[in-house]
Design a protein around this ligand. Structure first.
Ligand code: SF4
Ligand code: MG
Length: 330
C-alpha cells in the first residue's frame, strides 16, 4: 500500500493571550493510504476540524499557529510550501466539502459560473469547453436537468442539491485527497445516504482517498475502512472499522458507540456521554478523558498516556493497556 498523506507530530495551538495556548491539535500523527477512506471521529471541540484546516493550511493566524510537525502529501512537505504553491495544492490535489455548502458557494454567481471558475483555475481550456465539462459534472452528481441547474443560483437549490454541487466542484480538480468535514450533518437521513454514496462513487472513479470528519459513527460504519478517534486534541484510538466497532479499547470509544441510535433500542435507553470535552486551554496534566471516564485510576490524573500499539493495526491511548508486539531484539 502506498501512503498518500503522512502526518507526524502535528501541533496546532491558538494563542489566547497572557502566554496561554489552546492546544486544539496536540501531537497528532496518522497516515492515509491511496484509495482509502479514513474517518476522523469525535465530539465537537475534539480538534477534528482544526486537524483538517491544518492539512489545508487554512488555520486563521493569528491566533492559530501550526507549531510543529510534518504533513507529507505524496512525500511533499506541505508545511513549508509557499502560499502560492499551497493554493495550487488546495485546488488540485486536495478537494474540500464542508457541512454547509451555502457558506462555500457564492450567492451572487450561478452554479455554472462557479464550477467553470473552479475548472479554469486549474486547467487552461476555453470557457465554452469548461462549461460543457461543468454540465457533464452536474450530470455525474445526479442532476437530470443539468442544463437548468447550471443557470441557477445557490439559494434556488435545496441543501442536498448544494452539497451535490460542492462534490461536482471538488471533482472538477481530480483531487488525490478529498477532505469532507461533516458533509451530511445538515441533511435529512435519505439525502445523507445519497450524498455518501455519491462521495464513494467519486472516490472510486477518481481513485482518490477520503478523510471524512464526522461525529456520527453511523456514517463511519457505512463508508470508512479505518477510524481515528479524537479527544482533547489527540488521537485516542486508531483501528480498522470492524475492530473499532466489535473490539473498542478506549473508554471514550466505548462510550461513543453507545450513543449510536439503533432502531432496535428504545429511544429512552439511548445514552449520551456525561460531561463535556474540556476546553483546549484547560486540559488536565493527565489523561484528558479522566473527568468522564468510568475506568479512571490514580495514574490517569498524573500521566497523559501515550498512543501505543496493541496489535499491528490497532492503537490506543489509555493506561488500561500495555504495548504489545514490541520487538526487543533491535
Ligand atoms: Fe480512562 Fe485512565 Fe484510560 Fe484515561 S487513561 S481513558 S482516564 S482509564
Ligand atoms: Mg467541526
Amino acid at each position: 500500500d502506498t501512503i498518500l498523506l503522512d502526518i507526524k507530530g502535528l501541533k496546532t495551538y491558538f494563542d489566547i493571550g497572557k502566554g496561554r495556548y489552546a492546544k486544539a491539535v496536540d501531537d497528532v500523527s496518522f497516515s492515509i493510504y491511496k484509495g482509502e477512506t479514513v474517518a476522523l471521529v469525535g465530539e465537537s471541540g475534539s480538534g477534528k476540524s482544526i486537524t483538517s484546516l491544518s492539512i489545508m493550511r487554512l488555520i486563521p493566524s493569528p491566533p492559530g499557529k501550526i507549531l510543529e510537525g510534518s504533513i507529507l502529501l505524496e512525500g511533499k512537505e506541505l508545511l513549508t510550501l509557499s502560499e502560492d504553491d499551497m493554493s495550487e495544492v488546495r485546488g488540485n490535489d486536495i478537494g474540500m466539502i464542508f457541512q454547509e455548502p451555502m457558506t462555500s458557494l457564492d450567492p451572487v454567481f450561478t452554479i455554472g459560473s462557479q464550477i467553470v471558475e473552479s475548472i479554469m483555475r486549474h486547467r487552461k481550456i476555453k470557457k465554452s469547453l469548461a462549461y460543457e465539462l461543468a454540465t457533464d459534472l452536474l450530470k455525474v452528481v445526479g442532476f437530470a436537468r443539468a442544463d437548468k441547474v447550471i443557470k441557477e443560483y445557490p439559494h434556488q437549490l435545496s441543501g442536498g442539491m448544494r452539497q451535490r454541487v460542492m462534490i461536482a466542484i471538488a471533482m472538477s480538480c481530480n483531487p488525490k485527497l478529498l477532505i469532507a468535514d461533516e458533509p451530511t450533518t445538515a441533511l435529512d437521513v435519505t439525502v445523507q445516504a445519497q450524498i455518501l454514496t455519491l462521495m464513494m462513487e467519486m472516490k472510486n472513479k477518481l481513485d482518490s482517498s477520503i478523510l471524512l470528519i464526522t461525529h456520527d459513527l453511523g456514517v463511519v460504519a457505512e463508508v470508512a475502512s479505518r477510524v481515528l478517534v479524537m479527544y482533547g486534541g489527540q488521537i485516542v484510538e486508531e483501528a480498522f472499522v470492524e475492530d473499532l466497532f466489535l473490539r473498542p479499547k478506549h473508554p471514550y470509544t466505548t462510550a461513543l458507540l453507545k450513543t449510536i441510535p439503533n432502531i432496535d433500542l428504545d429511544l429512552d435507553r439511548l445514552e449520551s456521554i456525561p460531561g463535556t470535552v474540556p476546553p483546549a486551554h484547560l486540559f488536565p496534566k493527565g489523561c484528558r478523558f479522566a473527568s468522564r471516564c468510568e475506568s479512571v485510576m490514580q495514574i490517569c490524573h498524573e500521566v497523559n498516556p501515550d498512543l501505543i500499539n496493541i496489535d499491528s493495526t490497532h492503537k490506543v491511548r489509555c493506561h488500561l493497556y500495555e504495548e504489545q508486539g514490541v520487538n526487543m531484539c533491535d
